[in-house]
Design a protein around this ligand. Structure first.
Ligand SMILES: Nc1ncnc2c1ncn2[C@@H]1O[C@H](COP(=O)(O)OP(=O)(O)OP(=O)(O)O)[C@@H](O)[C@H]1O
Length: 271
């Protein structure tokens, strides 16, 4: 599909070199080029340690590129872009705050009054299916419920750009599928531009419009696979469809070689 609009996120030959304390240089990603357009959901897959999180770090402004360019909304990224939400595997739910106060923290930080922050938080707590749990503390929740709080914490800020780094990685398979469906239905309401990093190919394909396949480290883009499955989707159902399996085979064909390279390096290291 030809995109007529300017991309919301644009990486051009983005390279990141880390220098450790001994002055040794390590290239984490090399010449990474891809775009994400408004309303688009892009998944990023690649072998362990190839540089997926580093790529998100560049987009978020947490780590500047060593060379190449990273632009968000047409401007080079120099600090955390406004309207950007970030969700990690490890959530930022604070144990001493109730569910409602955890979700209200973002709007409060952005200057909303206590009343309007709590009102927005209440709406999002309900949207993620936790109505009635507003006064609970995180230790009183299951892992899946806690993840719902983290999702509400991120979405209450209504980000136009959403970076997600294996957000559901620690959950059991059933809870993960519920979270994926919840994310899809909430995302459909305002369609932020999403970059979703995962090791799970089923998750990557079920959620995305396109899947970016990265090489063994230092990562570069090996392939961009269009998903082309209809929306709305239900993860439990879509993963059984033949069209889904075709995309899965295509992504895995591309990724397999990179996973094998990474495994061989690991084996050589321990030999
Ligand atoms: N701050 C840092 N300083 C030095 N090296 C780093 C730093 N951050 C990441 N790296 C290195 O860069 C490479 C890519 O790491 P990154 O975390 O981006 O990979 P990843 O694909 O997200 O990993 P995983 O699959 O395990 O989640 C790794 O070799 C890592 O050790």
């Amino acid at each position: 599909m030809t995109q007529l609009t300017e991309p919301v996120i644009a990486l051009r030959a983005a390279t990141k070199v880390f220098t450790n304390r001994d002055g040794e240089r390590h290239t984490a990603i090399r010449d990474v080029t891809f775009d994400v357009h408004a309303g688009e959901f892009v998944s990023v897959v690649g072998p362990t340690g190839c540089g997926k999180s580093t790529t998100l770090g560049l987009i978020s402004g947490l780590a500047p590129a060593t060379s190449g360019t990273v632009e968000v909304a047409g401007a080079p990224v120099r600090e955390i872009p406004s309207g950007l939400g970030y969700m990690f595997q490890q959530d930022a739910v604070l144990p001493w705050r109730t569910v409602l106060d955890n979700v209200a923290a973002g709007p409060r930080y952005r200057g909303a009054s206590r009343a309007s922050a709590r009102s927005a938080a209440g709406e999002w707590v309900a949207k993620v299916g936790l109505a009635g749990f507003e006064k609970y503390y995180p230790h009183q929740l299951s892992g899946g419920m806690r993840k719902r709080v983290a999702l509400a914490q991120t979405l209450v800020n209504e980000p136009g750009i959403l970076l997600m780094d294996e957000p559901f990685g620690a959950l059991d398979v059933q809870t993960r599928e519920h979270m994926q469906d919840l994310l899809l239905s909430l995302w459909a309401e305002n369609r932020a531009a999403v970059v979703f990093v995962t090791h799970d190919l089923t998750e990557a394909i079920a959620l995305a419009d396109r899947v970016v396949v990265m090489t063994a480290g230092p990562a570069t883009v090996k392939d961009v696979v269009p998903v082309g499955l209809e929306r709305p989707r239900t993860v439990e159902e879509i993963r059984l469809e033949e069209s889904f399996l075709e995309v899965y085979r295509r992504v895995w064909d591309s990724l397999r070689e990179e996973v094998e390279i990474t495994r061989a390096r690991g084996a050589a290291r321990v030999a």
